[in-house]
Design a protein around this ligand. Structure first.
Ligand code: NAI
Length: 361
């Protein structure tokens, strides 16, 4: 595992097996330097267990960088549950997952990611307090974070439009959205309200039909959407979308979407830069979900404050683009440097800080 390319100095990786429920999970903790490692839990049917490990490690490091640049008092971690999970086992699998999170004594705080619902996190919460993304109570923060993620992605798209198209509104632009789940679906509605023409794709044809009816979007096949004749691509499905081969066939002028780990590797990011395709670093613009999950976990009930923190994604993304343009380096590597600077300059803290119980959960 130490030679796995995505390992990158992870502090800790837990392999969890629970015989009774059948849970198989990996919990990766990249860094706790800024606080407990916070990041969602993904349920996915991986072709091979090593793909699950690779996914957990890449996502976990991404959370360290995301939380650092969003100025949250959290480090980065992520969990993956290896599917399939049968419907009748689901509640006990998530309860067993909650018990595994509890065993980490607060070093890792979990929430939803792809394939995981609020109900699943409620099952985990039966066993541990180190969980967020629970149903909202008493008018506080909580519930599905994806609408908040979509709001932040919209702010990232606004930054792209300002920098690449020298415009302040989105009216009449065409955006191709890949994946119409929680993030992509909400993003489509926001873009449509802003006067954007949409091209959409999903592996689930029902979601495509529904979005076309709702917004007048045109449909594309899941294989072709990244080559669509659009101004901007918004990947909102899974990671690894952009390989070097794909990059050379893209027609859009910019990329700004919600999916984690959109670049298959750094070479793909360099190739985008060389082609003059502006890439908004994914973990910078998809931080809206973790910002609201963090507020819920910390017991903050200030919805206007959460909205303001999410809206600040636009300014942060603009600053990254400006630094990128001034030094001639791709925006993704500027973002990585800024995140590393914040993590490396944090004072060493007593490990006791990891045990702090949430005030709201
Ligand atoms: P979701 O599970 O609700 O939706 C994903 C959608 O993508 C589904 O409709 C699925 O059918 C579709 N899809 C899967 N493979 C596809 C393909 N090859 N082509 C086209 N469509 C495909 O997931 P959610 O929550 O919307 O997350 C989407 C992405 O955003 C993920 O990468 C996730 O890690 C990331 N993200 C999500 C956050 C959230 O708040 N939910 C926060 C930050 C990142």
């Amino acid at each position: 595992m130490f030679s796995e390319p995505a390992f990158d100095n992870h502090e800790r990786v837990e392999f969890v097996f629970d015989e009774k429920s059948g849970l198989r999970a990996i919990i990766a903790i990249h860094s706790t330097k800024l606080g407990p490692a916070a990041g969602g839990c993904r349920l996915w049917n991986y072709d091979l267990p090593e793909n699950a490990l690779h996914d957990a490690l890449r996502l976990s490091k991404g959370m360290s960088y995301k939380n650092a640049l969003a100025n949250l008092p959290f480090g980065g971690g992520k969990a993956v549950i290896l599917g399939p999970v049968e419907r009748e086992d689901r509640d006990s699998v998530f309860a067993a997952f909650g018990a595994a999170v509890k065993n980490l004594s607060g070093a890792y705080i979990t929430a939803e990611d792809v394939g995981v619902s609020v109900r699943d996190m409620e099952q985990a919460a039966r066993k541990t307090q180190f969980v967020s993304g629970l149903a909202a109570k008493n008018g506080g923060a909580g519930g599905d974070p994806s609408p908040f993620t979509a709001r932040g992605v919209l702010r990232g798209i606004e930054a792209v439009v300002g920098h690449q198209f020298h415009r302040s509104d989105l009216e009449g632009l065409t955006v191709a959205v890949q994946g119409l789940g929680g993030v992509g679906g909400n993003l489509c509605r926001l873009l449509s309200e802003a006067g954007v023409s949409l091209i959409v794709a999903d592996v689930d044809p029902k979601r495509v039909e529904q979005m076309c009816d709702e917004t007048g979007a045109r449909k594309a096949s899941p294989d072709d959407i990244v080559f669509a004749d659009a101004d901007i691509l918004a990947p909102c499905a899974l990671g690894g979308v952009f390989t070097e081969d794909v990059v050379y066939k893209i027609r859009a002028k910019a990329i700004a979407g919600g999916a984690n780990n959109q670049l298959a590797n750094e070479a793909a990011g360099e190739a985008l830069h060389e082609r003059g395709i502006l890439y908004a670093p994914d973990y910078v613009i998809n931080a809206g979900g973790i910002i609201t999950v963090a507020a819920e976990y910390l017991g903050e009930n200030d919805s206007a404050g959460v909205a303001a923190k999410i809206d600040a994604i636009k300014e942060r993304t603009m600053a990254i683009f400006e630094r990128s343009a001034s030094v001639g380096e791709p925006a993704f590597s500027i973002a990585d440097k800024m995140a590393k600077e914040r993590i490396d300059s944090a004072p060493l803290r007593n490990p006791e800080h990891l045990k702090s119980a949430p005030s709201g959960a």
